[in-house]
Design a protein around this ligand. Structure first.
Ligand SMILES: [Fe+2]
Ligand SMILES: [Fe+2]
Length: 173
């Protein structure tokens, strides 16, 4: 057995969290889309795809490690937001929570001396650093711009993205 029952369960939970993030980002993208902010919408649709890729990475690992895949129920995402700032703040909070979840998975892998799991989780540890940094940057921009300045955020995003390797990696999966 490459996976203990506990680690297998925790990984199944994480598959749910990653699919949940994907749904949440689709809902946020749709909010921006309706609000005529196509660049922010595109950014969050991309984030949604990236989160689905994360879920699939965990699925692949569970299957490769001969574990049992059991995808949990995914809670409905939030779809109503009072401002762009609120939507981006929710995303940053989500990324921080996921970082704690990944850290807890890593703690367990270390405790169990599961080196294969540790190796898989290393990738997620670095990914979370990038995702928190870019979401924090976006929140700072949106906060500074205020509602009236969102078109400036749009043109900046369109021109330069949020920097960092996570942007380009979205397409490569
Ligand atoms: Fe993720
Ligand atoms: Fe993420």
């Amino acid at each position: 057995m490459l996976l203990s029952a506990e680690l297998n369960n925790a990984l199944n939970e994480q598959v749910g969290h990653e699919f949940g993030a994907s749904l949440q980002y689709v809902a946020i993208a749709a909010y921006f889309d309706r609000d005529n902010l196509p660049v922010l919408a595109r950014h969050f649709y991309q984030q949604a795809t990236e989160e689905r890729d994360h879920a699939m990475r965990f699925v692949k690992f569970i299957v490769d490690a001969d574990g049992n895949l059991a995808i949990p129920a995914i809670p409905a995402p939030r779809s109503q937001f009072s401002s762009a700032q609120e939507a981006v703040q929710l995303s940053l909070d989500w990324e921080r929570t996921v970082t704690q979840q990944i850290n807890a998975l890593m703690d367990r892998a270390i405790k169990e001396n599961n080196h294969i799991a540790r190796n898989v989780l290393e990738w997620f540890i670095s990914e979370q650093l990038e995702e928190m940094a870019s979401m924090e940057l976006l929140l700072g921009m949106v906060r500074r711009a205020g509602d009236a300045g969102l078109l400036l955020v749009e043109s900046h995003l369109a021109r330069e993205g949020l920097g960092g390797p996570s942007e380009g990696e979205a397409e490569n999966g």
